[in-house]
Design a protein around this ligand. Sequence first.
Ligand SMILES: N[C@@H](CCC(=O)N[C@@H](CSC=O)C(=O)NCC(=O)O)C(=O)O
Length: 276
Amino acid sequence: MEVVSEARSHGGRQLVCRHASAATACEMTFSLYLPPQADAGAVPLVTYLSGLTCTHANVTDKGEYRAACAELGLAFLAPDTSPRGEGIADEDGWDIGLGAGFYVDATQQPWSANYRMWRYVTDELPSLVAAEFPLDMARQAITGHSMGGHGALTVALHQPDRFRSVSAFAPIVAPAQVPWGEKAFSRYLGPDRASWRAHDAVALIKDGARVPELLVDVGDADPFLERELKPELLEPACADAGIALTLRRQPGYDHSYYFISTFMADHLRWHAERLR
Ligand SMILES: N[C@@H](CCC(=O)N[C@@H](CSC=O)C(=O)NCC(=O)O)C(=O)O
């Protein structure tokens, strides 16, 4: 692993790192913020999964998480959203291919050669950062935005014992039912819709997956709300499953990092309470 850049921020360290990934068979870049408390011992880890078109850099530059992480003693990990590099499969459109890995392990050619983002974010990257940095992996939380909100929800629903808390900003809650998800899953997972259920938060909950509670913020001026995000589908699913859902519709907010950064500290405080 190579540290590409390091900068002091709020008394801690903002790192950008690159490494050769076995999961995606290419070089991957991630960012990691270590709060000042990491100088004295292992700190809890919040993983943030980003949305379509993003690299690690979008939230690192615009997410405004560092002041709260420094105050609360939280590390903040931001992976990339897809494999990248020469020879990696891609297709026209910002909602498929590069920047749009959808946090699944593709089973279909040509995608399956590199698009193994599930394995990357659930196994390879956590193992790497646990070995390299002072992180308390018994205290983990996960969050994300849009496609990354879908990733955070599905990862936590599959691994409820690993994460003490899960939240999301404007998540795609039922990708198998909306155009972004149908496009990605048909390419990456193939035509058998039964195989999509393992990567659809609403379907997972209906099929018995459980977390104790969820915090979800959406902006009511988000242009993707009705067609792609459909947060209302979470409400009956969580009610039937006994999952305590806090779904907040924030007036006037859109889908951008202006929205995410407004509520970032709020989410981090919510996670910190559960990571104590
Ligand atoms: N075509 C636009 C819109 C892409 C966009 O809004 N991407 C969101 C995530 S959407 C769901 O996963 C995003 O986070 N963009 C990055 C940012 O810094 O705002 C475009 O290409 O900009």
